[in-house]
Design a protein around this ligand. Structure first.
Ligand code: SF4
Ligand code: SF4
Length: 454
């Protein structure tokens, strides 16, 4: 089946917005990041159970050595990104906004590799189970920001077959260009990583989906994809094209049901950075110890796409890029639409860190009103790509009406921020959704309908 040909006839999903792309780093070649004197590696960098340390204070560790793991299925181990000495287990500020048990390592400046870092053999001679096991041991999670453990995502579920794997090259968030650069500089590696996933889930087809504003990446992917039997699709350039459900609907014309997963409609979506990490794991033996991220914004002197070791403090990355400019106004980890504002630069880069964006004080101003004020204009509904009612989420969350929020399918909100972007009264709709989702979990627990995830 030629998906690219079928795609031309597809119905495009409604909603979405066109924020200014601000992708001036798209032409910046990926460069090595700082060589830190030490790292702070959180034991939670993924969806699922926290890892436990498997090293001792005072122990020497090497690059790629596993230092934390969990017996739970929904989890992913963590590895040292430098060689040096474990100096402590500390509760340290985390980009997700709380303190997390983390392993502190002082560098010996040698960056010596663990003996376990060696090629894993030909993945195309391996069984799906062997591939999953290696991916789990490599600590691979979704690098688009979701950080869902990849071995869980590709584990078989009875009665569900994945026929199409979509490599998500949309990178629709303003400012971020790391995936774009990977598609240009590591095209073959990214697609080979995707083909390993294809084998793991026994999919029929692999499609690389890239937004039309990345013409050079589309051309490169078409050239390499043509050799490797992979199709490339040019997507309309619109935020949030990279959201899983939006992408599946756009590429395959299939609707993931409310509360469902992509595999319910025979699809699997994986990020470009994740595919590259899988390639590095199989062909070089390197677990997930570094990632590509974008540094941008008018509040920082140097802009770049950097390969940064996990656990490097944001402060060290900022200094490496020439430091802050003027009075800092806002520091965001991730993109400006879905990223998280930080109160300190002492948070570490983690597996899900797609970008470090700094705005000056003069640029950034608060958009939020003191109270929820809705004039029923309906703009948020028209722009919501998930066909939801954001104004209702805002009103019900503001009044702590958790049951109503549950009935309105608040769980289907992907927190893309399109509603808040267009709201004329500047309601903090995404923050209210986050509050609402927490309230719904408490409500379900109280009503006895909440089930802990396996
Ligand atoms: S309700 Fe959720 S999914 Fe819909 S626009 Fe707002 S943040 Fe995005
Ligand atoms: S965009 Fe804002 S003001 Fe308009 S309906 Fe939605 S919440 Fe209300």
């Amino acid at each position: 089946m030629n998906i690219a040909k079928k795609f031309r006839r597809r119905y495009l999903v409604k909603g979405g917005i066109h924020p200014a792309p601000m992708k001036s780093t798209a032409s910046f070649v990926i460069a090595p990041g700082p060589a830190p004197d030490g790292v702070i590696i959180p034991l939670t960098q993924h969806v699922g159970a926290q890892c436990e340390p498997i090293v001792e204070v005072g122990e020497r560790v090497l690059v790629g050595q596993k230092i934390g793991d969990s017996g739970e299925f929904l989890s992913a181990p963590v590895h040292s990104s430098i060689s040096g000495e474990v100096t402590g287990f500390v509760r340290h500020p985390h980009p997700y906004g709380h303190e997390v048990l983390s392993i502190q390592i002082a560098s010996d400046g040698k960056f010596e590799l663990s003996p376990g870092v060696e090629p894993k053999g030909d993945p195309f001679e391996m069984s799906p189970e062997e591939i999953r096991k290696i991916i789990r041991e490599g600590g691979i999670v979704g690098l688009g920001g979701a950080t869902f453990p990849t071995h869980v995502k590709i584990s078989p579920v009875q009665g569900k077959q994945i026929d199409t794997l979509i490599l998500n090259g949309a990178e629709c968030e303003p400012y971020l260009t790391g995936d774009h650069r990977l598609l240009l500089e590591k095209t073959r590696e990214v697609i080979q990583g995707g083909l390993i996933l294809k084998r793991a889930v026994n999919a029929r087809e692999v499609v690389v989906a890239i937004e039309s504003n990345k013409k050079d990446a589309i051309e490169m992917a078409q050239e390499v994809g043509g050799e490797l039997g992979v199709e490339v699709i040019s997507l309309p350039s619109r935020y949030p094209m990279g959201a899983e459900k939006t992408l599946i609907k756009t590429v395959l014309g299939r609707e993931v049901p409310s509360g469902g997963l992509p595999m319910d409609v025979g699809a699997l979506v994986d990020n470009i950075g994740t595919c590259y990490a899988i390639h590095e794991l199989f062909y070089k033996g390197m677990p997930l110890v570094e990632r590509v991220l974008t540094v941008q914004g008018d509040g920082i002197a140097g802009h770049a796409n950097l390969r940064v070791r996990i656990g490097t403090l944001v402060h060290d990355v900022v200094e490496f890029c020439g430091g802050m400019v003027g009075k800092p106004g806002k520091l965001i980890i991730g993109g400006p639409m879905m990223g998280l504002a930080q109160h300190t630069t002492s948070v570490p880069v983690i597996k899900g860190t797609t970008g470090i964006i700094v705005f000056r004080g003069e640029t950034f101003f608060s958009r939020e009103p003191a109270h929820f004020v809705c004039i029923r204009c309906g703009r948020c509904v028209r722009r919501c790509p998930m066909n939801l009612m954001p104004y209702a989420f805002g009103a019900f969350a503001d009044m702590s009406m958790w049951q109503k929020l549950d009935e309105c399918h608040i769980d289907d909100c992907v927190e893309c921020g399109c509603c808040a972007y267009v709201c004329p009264t500047k309601n903090p709709l995404v923050q209210l959704v986050k509050v609402g989702k927490e309230g719904v979990v408490r409500y379900r627990k109280k009503m006895g309908s909440y089930q802990e995830e396996d």
